[in-house]
Design a protein around this ligand. Structure first.
Ligand code: ADE
Length: 245
């Protein structure tokens, strides 16, 4: 996948995109990033990128010209799926990330100041928010989106890891994990995990996932499809729900 990022602060991306899984995915040719400094496309004498809002009010607004010129240079045929990161956008969820991961080419526009001129916003295909809070710019949200989407691109995670196995994709929070030693400062690992009985371990993990999800995110349990559960799991779940009430 090719991901072009249009930003006033390209230097913010180097550490995140170069490290860990994203760095490895680039080395393997699975991901390719293009960072484009919007300021370089400004045609004003002082390379301005923002101006006062018509109608007055606080803050500055990103001007259309540098953004239009940058879009023309980076994506002249409008082949990329163009996404602007903005608090007013649809919320980034697993479903959105999985959908975006099917694209060959994404273009991410990062806003700053009080907002982006609406005529530039109209050049975009989608608006995405990473949550109901306002950050100083779209750069961190763009990095979150890139990281989250990349996990669903085949080859980005190692073969033993899978984005599908985890929390929000299965509709449950993740079960607790332990590693060696089996006892640390008097705290023991649950016996069943040392038993070698894979069926028992799988059941324990499912049940712990139910327990955590019901406690912390009860609304997620509402949409759980219980038809795939066996009678033991169903009984366990019914008892858990009883205890809650
Ligand atoms: N820009 C500022 N805040 C944001 C948010 N929560 N999501 C996406 N873009 C943003």
């Amino acid at each position: 996948m090719k991901i072009d990022v249009l930003t006033l602060f390209p230097e913010m991306f180097s550490g995140v995109l170069g490290a860990s899984m994203l760095g490895r995915a680039q080395e393997r040719g699975i991901l390719e990033f293009g960072l484009h400094n919007i300021r370089a496309y400004s045609q004003s004498k002082h390379k301005n990128t923002d101006d006062y809002p018509f109608g007055g009010g606080a803050g500055m607004v990103m001007m259309p010209q540098p953004i239009f010129s940058c879009l023309d240079a980076v994506d002249p045929q409008h082949e990329a799926l163009r996404i602007v990161l903005a608090p007013r956008g649809e919320t980034l969820t697993t479903a959105v990330a999985r959908d975006l991961a099917r694209q060959e080419h994404l273009l991410l526009l990062c806003g700053h100041y009080e907002g982006i001129d609406e005529r530039a916003m109209a050049q975009m295909d989608r608006e995405v928010s990473i949550g109901d809070y306002v950050l100083t710019g779209g750069e961190l949200p763009a990095m979150v989106l890139i990281d989250c989407v990349s996990r669903f691109i085949p080859g980005v995670l190692g073969s033993s890891e899978s984005a599908e196995d985890e929390s929000f994709s299965a509709g449950l929070l993740e079960y607790p994990q332990y590693t060696r030693p089996a006892e640390y400062q008097g705290m023991a690992v649950p016996e069943v995990l040392l038993s070698g009985n894979h069926a028992h371990i799988a059941r324990w993990r499912r049940q712990e996932a139910f327990r955590l999800t019901l406690k912390r995110r009860p609304e997620m349990m509402e949409s759980l499809d219980e038809s795939g559960l066996d009678k033991h799991d169903r009984r366990f779940l019914a008892e858990l729900k009883n205890q809650e009430n």
